[in-house]
Design a protein around this ligand. Sequence first.
Ligand SMILES: N[C@@H](CCC(=O)N[C@@H](CS)C(=O)NCC(=O)O)C(=O)O
Length: 202
Amino acid sequence: MKLYITAGSPYARIARIVILEKGLAQRVEIILAPTRMTDSPYYKINPSGRVPFLVCDNGIALEESALICAYMDHIDGQPIFDWRADADWPVRRLEALARSFMDGLAVWSRELGRPANERSPTTLAHEAQRSVRMADLWESEINHSAMHGPLNFAQITLACALGMDARNANFKWRLGHPKLCAWFDAFAKRASFVATAAPPRA
Ligand SMILES: N[C@@H](CCC(=O)N[C@@H](CS)C(=O)NCC(=O)O)C(=O)O
């Protein structure tokens, strides 16, 4: 299988963590995709131009980190991240909250990636304020048992969202959030998280 990524994509990071946690590193080739440019050769592989993008051995190609992760989780017939329908609504709620956090941070990050004179001050301010509200919310959610039990997508997604501070100096989520800091610092020791760290923004 081939997984197309960019080094800084938090969505691709989720998929890369799942590969490592599932011991699939030998089966998945990681390929850096040139995104957000005119006429990238990558558009011939994935017309949407987005990452992560998984090309499976049977030729089927998948977009969307959640779908890619579910596919990889099932590939050995022993899923470890599967939901148990009735019992797992709380985890799915938390995962959605973490993804919502990440989605806002990704918009902020995309805006920062534009030339300074093309950035929208309105968007920058809106996403900065959203990130403060979401960090406050997570400070009150982080003691939920699902965030401390066996690894799940809520934990991985939240850690990848918080880790986006490495490329955005204005995302100062640690301030006033001691419980979130303690949770993240413990999670950040995982080998799969360390191995997938994004390089600082160029
Ligand atoms: N909902 C998608 C989001 C993927 C996404 O937004 N990826 C960004 C990188 S973080 C991307 O590929 N951007 C390139 C582009 O927009 O052309 C997922 O979960 O996989």
